[in-house]
Design a protein around this ligand. Structure first.
Ligand code: ADP
Ligand code: MG
Length: 337
């Protein structure tokens, strides 16, 4: 490389962003050394984004930097953990200064906002690939898992679903977004807000939690499977943004499995939290949710009968195990997501 690996690290990644008191050794040695709070468990997550596979090659580098960290912070939030440290393994085809500088800007914008310090990494040459690992902590024994939902537990979701899915379709030029909603929807795709404070506030309350990366139906499905239960969702309670409704229509116009349902429930990239709470804790839970700027909605209930059912506006039930769901899966494969 014209610019050496060490030059890249020095210029773009070392001595940047927040400095945490619990980092004993950061960038510059063979390994990073950090100090966990007393009586805590370490939670560690990692995600790789490959250009052309996980993001379109023409994605803005600042968005790649931001999102490579955001998807990890979303996993951390889903464990009910508090994020603290990150490492970055970056593979670039050539040392493109404009690209690296914009990438780092996006990465540190979010890292600083969340109080996460970059403590190490690896820099190599090859096809553009970004791997970020985040370390986080939870009070001992309090990590929130996918198993543990019981019949009667209420199912909640933060924010709104389907926005990123609509934006991705627009990006793929399957639909057109009006200018007044496009900015919001594209920001939801490229700059998801990890629900970090919300996830941490739910430990000790949520019986299970997951972040929605593959669509509400699939990710809630993971909770159901891990917990050995089923669920019914009320279609009209599923939160949609004003922009989603303006572009794709609300549930009122929905009669059968269709595009809107598919996008809102299966398109993915929402990075919202889906979790369960015992019905007896509803009041306490809703007091906590009132502090969530992103909002939080009860969308259904856990049942002992396996499978995921959708109650439509007219009261009829649609089973997501019916053929419609298989079509959705087929389409998703076709789209290469
Ligand atoms: P080593 O050869 O011992 O593996 P490297 O030369 O790869 O070390 O890295 C030197 C230092 O820079 C290490 O502390 C490493 O963690 C850090 N580092 C390398 N690449 C990055 C990066 N992209 N972001 C942050 N830190 C990095
Ligand atoms: Mg070494």
């Amino acid at each position: 490389m014209a610019m050496s690996e060490f030059e890249i690290i020095r210029r773009y990644f070392a001595d940047r962003g927040v400095r945490r008191a619990d980092v004993v050794v950061g960038i510059g040695d063979d390994g990073a050394v950090v100090r966990l709070p007393p009586d805590s468990d370490l939670v560690t997550v990692v995600d790789t984004l490959v250009a052309g596979v996980h993001f379109p090659v023409e994605t803005r580098p600042e968005d790649v930097g931001y999102k490579s960290l955001a998807v990890n912070l979303s996993d951390v939030a889903a464990m009910g953990a508090t994020p603290a440290w990150a490492t970055l393994a970056l593979t670039v085809p050539r040392p493109d200064e404009a690209w690296l500088s914009a990438f780092a800007r996006g990465f540190f914008e979010l890292a600083d906002r969340c109080g996460v310090q970059l403590v190490g990494g690896d820099t190599t040459r090859g096809p553009l690939t970004v791997t970020v690992q985040v370390q986080a902590w939870v009070p001992k024994g309090q990590a929130v898992r996918r198993s543990g939902a019981k019949p009667g537990d209420l199912i909640y979701v933060t924010g709104t679903v389907g926005d990123a899915g609509l934006a991705l379709r627009a990006w793929q030029q399957k639909i057109k977004l009006p200018a007044d909603h496009g900015d919001y929807l594209f920001a939801r795709l490229h700059r998801p807000t990890p629900r970090s404070a919300e996830g941490a506030a739910l430990r000790g309350l949520a019986t299970t939690m997951i972040d929605i990366s593959d669509g509400l139906a699939a990710d809630l499905g993971h909770i159901l499977e891990a917990s050995g239960v089923g669920a019914t969702l009320n279609l009209r309670e599923i939160p949609l943004s004003a922009s989603f409704v303006a572009v794709a229509g609300g549930w009122n116009e929905f009669h059968d499995e269709g595009d809107r349902l598919r996008v809102a429930l299966t398109a993915g990239d929402d990075y919202e939290l889906c979790f369960t709470v015992p019905a007896t804790l509803r009041k306490r839970a809703e007091d906590i949710f009132s502090r969530f700027a992103c909002g939080c909605r009860a969308i259904g209930v856990i049942e002992s009968a396996p499978g995921l059912r959708l109650r439509q506006g007219d009261g009829t039930l649609l089973s997501l195990r019916q053929s419609g769901y298989d079509h959705f899966c087929q389409d998703r494969r076709d789209e290469g997501q």
